[in-house]
Unconditional design. Structure first.
Lengths: 318, 437
């Protein structure tokens, strides 16, 4: 296990396996009536969120609290050069108080990597710009495995605004390490630049045709729908929400196509959802949907991450 | 009378009879008087230059000296010292200071400050548009008629994006032989947040992409405007193979266009950005190796005329931020010669005469600078640089003459190094130390 969790690329399959296995035992704690273990007693975890977040921040906070860590939330948007304190000053100030872990979200890609070089505390990347969101990829893998068993040989299609998605970037790395087949689906304008050589190097497929993927030779086992922001229209990324939904939304007919091809298929979404844009209410609430399971898994996975970074070899898992 | 004899250096410059052979150069009162030390005047200072290379003093047509406005990052004094140590006898100071160099008075002040320091000739570049805002022309004619005799105009840092304004500016300066140095960046294709070459790495790193086409479309437009107006366009910091192609096309048709490349675009690739280290954040961004090789080839075949540093000092508090928030730019004056020698001489097709061309005579000609980039011959001003091709020096950012530390070469060892710089017969720097007046 590396010193920080900054990117899925810092892990290997064995490390991911270890984190997911520990998450499974953490989920037992989650199901108890009294959800408290002493593992991180005396440890201080700072949730440092420079960007709005409800689910990720509360998920980390709950994870820390259930393990008896002292968790403190700091939010703020003062990260730019124009005014206020600089990023290094902010994080070094908090670090100087002697905290054990910084769980950090920032609008700038690479911010967590840079911060890891400035502080003594362990750093957990809770989302850096459009770069990575490693705990999201871990909880997605955890959720998919709960329904599908091993992901080796399974087919995961990731659909949506890949350009601006840190969830996509972390997921494609994790899923490939776990042996899944991955197809990234989006209009060209919503695919990151240079994705063709990237997909070739990392062994995943690209498609601009969701219907072809759903009816393809390799049935989809997990369909991961990513959030599409309506304001992207302004940048010319797609013409109208209507055209997006017709082309790439998980509509009711597409839900039927998915399940006709593979009745066991699951539907994921990292949230927050735009019901009616990238995913219909029917799909979001279908029996095949594991969207709330993802949220539940988030706490267990984050407990596992904090455990391995902070308790490490000293203690034992719950 | 002051006299200086440079003994035993191998000189390279246009029209030199001793080209490529060790010889002596005699300088009296700032002028080369003889190429034979037999005529050594009494009491002459002697530089034993055995094994050294002698070139005309280097000329940088793209320097940011930050004064006035950001004297915490660089001053004309500190930047002049860096230039002298780096082998330069003339630098052109970009207009994006605070206030902007967009009036005759502002230009004269920079000229005067440079003269009072006296380590290097500091020639101001005038803004193309008032306050670099891209809305109305700056006082181009008054700047030209001032004591500073401004000939080079640039909104560098910003592209003159409006085609009509660019056309008018080119027409306006044609009467006095001016030139516009264009920062070629289509602002709608590469906006202010664009900070990483658009490609596989920017996609993986999630950094806003700066596509090659944002450079080449502006170069193509400006080439057409140069053809239409008959006025001169100079392309600053060419970074892409596509940009090089367009310039080659334009030159083949006799369009009055020249171009420069920076040492960093000749030597560093986008891979440097992988660690999100803002020292490597520069505009235009570092490119893939294919572009770097195209820029090198273009410099070798003359498509790119000159090397220019784009020396861009920044205070630490403007650089030490998240990558997208950090300031653009890197230091270059003190390392330019070593980097160009490394890439183009030791690892490339250049001889020292080619270095003299791209770092001295060509940039001096583009800028219309009298007295620089001249042949080494009797009657010529003694603006010279002595280079030790086997200096083997390791760059240490903390010993820099610059007030800033955003040095991308820190820790790298280069074979060649500047031994001494001579401005009108006076040694302005020797072995890394500037010589005060």
């Amino acid at each position: 296990m590396p010193r920080h969790l900054l990117s899925i690329a810092d892990l290997d399959a064995a490390a991911i396996r270890m984190l997911l296995d520990t998450a499974a035992s953490m989920q037992d704690v989650q199901r108890r009536e009294v959800k408290k273990i002493p593992t991180l007693r005396g440890r201080t975890v700072i949730n440092l969120f420079f960007e709005d977040s409800t689910r990720t921040r509360s998920s980390f906070e709950i994870a820390g609290k259930w393990m008896s860590a002292d968790t403190i939330n700091i939010t703020g948007k003062g990260s730019s050069t124009s005014k206020g304190e600089s990023l290094p000053d902010t994080v070094m100030t908090i670090d100087a108080m002697g905290v054990d872990a910084l769980v950090m979200r920032h609008s700038a890609s690479g911010a967590a990597h840079q911060v890891a070089g400035w502080v003594k505390a362990r750093v957990v990347n809770a989302g850096d710009g459009t770069h990575e969101h490693p705990t999201q990829a871990l909880l997605d893998a955890f959720t998919m495995e709960q329904r599908l068993g091993t992901l080796a040989g399974r087919h995961v299609a990731i659909v949506g605004d890949l350009t601006h998605s840190r969830v996509f970037r972390s997921n494609v790395l994790a899923l490939r390490m776990l042996g899944a087949h991955v197809t990234a689906v989006a209009p060209v304008t919503l695919m990151p630049s240079g994705i063709t050589p990237w997909a070739q190097a990392d062994g995943f497929a690209l498609s601009h045709d969701l219907d072809a993927v759903l009816t393809g030779e390799r049935p989809v086992d997990a369909l991961m729908m990513l959030r599409v922001q309506r304001e992207r229209m302004a940048g010319g990324f797609f013409p109208t929400p209507r055209e997006y939904t017709v082309g790439y939304g998980l509509t009711r007919p597409r839900l039927q196509t998915l399940l006709a091809a593979n009745p066991e298929a699951v539907i994921c979404h990292p949230g927050p959802m735009n019901r009616g844009l990238e995913i219909s209410a029917d799909a979001a609430d279908a029996a095949a949907s594991v969207i709330l399971d993802q949220v539940a898994a988030g706490v267990a996975v984050r407990m596992s991450v904090l455990y391995h970074l902070l308790a490490g070899e000293e203690g034992s898992a719950a | 009378m002051s006299a200086l004899v440079i003994k035993g250096a191998t000189a390279y410059a246009a029209g030199l009879p001793t080209q490529g052979r060790p010889g002596d150069v005699v300088v009296v009162d700032g002028v080369v008087t003889d190429l034979d030390a037999a005529a050594v005047p009494r009491n002459a200072d002697v530089i034993d230059a055995d094994g050294l290379v002698l070139l005309p003093g280097l000329v940088d047509i793209h320097t940011h000296l930050r004064e006035p406005g950001r004297e915490d990052a660089e001053t004309i004094a500190s930047g002049s010292a860096a230039a002298a140590v780096g082998g330069f006898t003339a630098v052109l100071a970009m207009a994006n200071t605070t206030p902007v160099t967009d009036t005759a008075e502002a230009a004269e002040r920079i000229l005067d400050l440079g003269r009072s320091v006296g380590l290097v000739d500091v020639q101001p570049i005038g803004a193309v548009t008032h306050d670099l805002a891209g809305q109305q022309l700056a006082e181009l004619g008054l700047m030209h008629r001032s004591r500073a005799q401004v000939r080079v105009f640039s909104d560098d840092g910003h592209c003159v994006g409006d085609a009509r304004l660019m056309r008018r500016a080119l027409e306006y300066i044609r009467s006095f032989g001016g030139v516009i140095s264009q920062h070629s960046q289509d602002p709608s294709l590469a906006g202010p947040s664009a900070c990483c070459h658009e490609g596989e790495l920017s996609g993986r790193l999630g950094l806003p992409g700066w596509p090659a086409a944002a450079e080449s479309v502006v170069i193509a437009r400006d080439a057409q405007l140069a053809r239409h107006t008959g006025s001169r366009v100079h392309v600053a910091h060419v970074s892409t193979a596509e940009g090089v192609e367009v310039i080659r096309w334009a030159k083949a048709r006799g369009i009055p266009i020249t171009a420069e490349a920076t040492p960093h675009h000749l030597a560093l690739t986008v891979e440097q950005v992988r660690t999100y280290d803002p020292v490597f954040k520069v505009n235009p961004p570092l490119r893939p190796i294919e572009d770097v090789e195209a820029v090198r080839a273009a410099l070798a075949d003359g498509t790119i005329d000159a090397v220019a540093t784009d020396h861009a000092p920044h205070a630490r508090h403007d650089k030490e931020h998240a990558f997208v928030d950090a300031a653009f730019g890197m230091l270059g004056l003190e390392t330019a010669l070593a980097v160009v020698a490394h890439v183009m001489v030791e690892g490339g097709p250049f001889g020292w005469a080619d270095v003299a061309r791209v770092m001295s005579s060509a940039p001096a000609a583009i800028a219309g600078l009298p007295g620089h980039g001249r042949p080494i011959a009797p009657g010529e001003p003694a603006n010279l640089v002595l280079i030790d091709p086997a200096a083997s020096r390791t760059v240490d950012r903390d010993t820099s003459m610059s007030l800033s530390r955003n040095n991308p070469w820190h820790g790298r060892t280069f074979a060649a190094g500047v031994y001494a710089t001579i401005l009108r017969g006076r040694v302005t720097a020797r072995e890394g130390v500037p010589t005060s007046c």
